[in-house]
Design a protein around this ligand. Structure first.
Ligand code: GDP
Ligand code: MG
Length: 161
């Protein structure tokens, strides 16, 4: 525990007694519930990022609030989607990288991408783990951010075997 924090707790204990300290600790333990967590949904264009967001948020494709799905570059900026129940969970549909509009060389510096602002990266990979996916993982690691992989289109993989 940092010295400053310990001092604060000691002061609460000496002025308000054990009940004041208990109250302080329990209110602080609940603080995390109000902290927004920003998830970046990232991956190559067409990998299934928008479909994944819709599946997570249980939005059907024809819902006007759903993420737009299609092989074209629908996602020009970085669109926010809030979890319907857990309002602090925010998902961001990022532009797909590796297209003429968003080449990987300049992708991470683009204003539309806001790479540094995210807490966690969900890297969507389709069918195979490719060179571009590896490049992205290395860039995320360089920035000491956390990530996980989601592999999409396994239905295609299974049916083509
Ligand atoms: N078969 C199959 N198609 C998928 C899956 N996920 C996405 N797609 C399709 O892949 C295409 C691109 O999906 P989209 O979500 O727009 O990808 P994005 O460009 O990464 O946002 C669309 O035609 C989707 O219907 C999946 O798990 N299986
Ligand atoms: Mg998309």
């Amino acid at each position: 525990m940092p010295d400053e924090m310990q001092k604060e707790y000691e002061e609460t204990l000496s002025t308000g007694g054990i009940s004041a300290l208990e109250k302080k600790i329990s209110s602080e333990l609940n603080l995390w519930q109000n902290i927004a967590i920003r998830f970046a949904i990232i991956g190559e264009s067409g990998s299934g990022k928008s479909s994944f967001i819709n599946a997570m948020l249980e939005l059907s494709g024809d819902d006007p609030t759903a993420a737009k799905v299609g092989c074209n570059e629908w996602t020009i900026g970085c669109k926010e989607f809030q979890h319907p129940e857990k309002k602090t969970l925010l998902f961001y549909d990022l532009p797909g990288f590796g297209t003429p509009n968003f080449p990987k060389e300049s992708y991470l510096e683009l204003e539309a991408v806001q790479f540094e602002s995210f807490d966690f990266f969900i890297l969507i990979t389709q069918c195979r783990f490719k060179k571009n996916d590896l490049w992205l993982v290395r860039e995320i690691e360089k920035r000491k951010k956390h990530f996980c992989f989601i592999r999409t289109k396994i239905d295609v993989d299974i049916s083509s075997d």
